[in-house]
Design a protein around this ligand. Sequence first.
Ligand code: GLA
Length: 383
Amino acid sequence: MTSQLFELFKHRYNKNPENTYFAPGRVNLIGEHIDYNGGLVMPCAITAGTWLLMAPNNDGLIRFASANFEEYKEFPLQQSYTKTDREWYNYPLGIFNELQNMDWKAKGLDLFYYGNIPIGSGLSSSASIEVLTAFALNDYHQLGHDQLTLVKLSKKVENEFIGVNSGIMDQFAIAFGEKDKALVLNCDSLKYKVIDCNLGDYVLAIINTNKHRELSESKYNERVEECSQALTALRKEISINYLCELNSEKFALHSHLITDEVILKRATHVVKENDRVNLAAKALNSGDLMAFGRLMYASHQSLKELYEVTGKELDAVVDFCASYPHVIGARMTGAGFGGCAIALLKKGYEEDFAKYLTDDYIAKIGYPAAIYIHDIGNGPTKL
Ligand code: GLA
């Protein structure tokens, strides 16, 4: 991989790259749409991700090129940058902007990116390129920021530069991911535990619905807003910062305050999903994969009926999984509205599963899904 990218860099910039970095993508095992509600999430980094090769230039320019996109762009060195269009280079540009806000002056740099995470598939290609750029610049220019600072600034770029009000899960999982481990992250305190993700006789299959998520950003922000309405209603009786400070029992005592039916559904998902993550962590720790799988299905059901972020493509995948004898749990992962689902699939059935799922999915949706098996990998690294 890196030798091919080396050649592409040389071809684009007529010189050798000086440094190469990698940052992973992520899947979230369970705990969906609760990071921005101060909840518990259980993501892990995957071995697919984004590579960055770079070399300095004396032209006073920051140059962005990618093997995935035709669009090439250069920016003069200046104190601040703003998002100009919807192109891919806004993510790394936002990182330059944010690092400069933290008292750094960028120097001329030629950058070349390649990612093998399908874009817009819910595996966090955007957080991967953000964390990668922050990690690489921090290392290359010896800026001295710790990993958590890089996570927070990457999230800030997503929220303020790009304009998606996402939580911290993706950037955190990418920065702190460990091989064969899942993180159990409290998104309020940012305290986390690393637990063994021992899947025994099962593999984690990732199924891409291949559904584009055109409206996902606005729908995502709409869900964030709905949760804040629920919080406002509950605060008439209780003083809380986040919905996930309530477990199901406490929530039942105050839920009458939420009079709008839709808002009540959203808040109910959030509180119950948080409870499910606690149960899922116990199940994984005790090696009870069947219980873990049941919680995955319950999570999907709630995201379908209460949070309404699945859609017919993700539901078709999870329905198929539920009918397939060698899958013990499946759910959407990430923001939803298309993108990917994950499934716990018995080892040895990968081909059989892919064949039957493909037939079933084409019959229902009209085009094929894609199936990947990735390992759980480490966070960002200099290669
Ligand atoms: C996206 C966001 C995350 C999280 C998930 C849903 O991936 O970037 O912060 O909210 O959706 O769990």
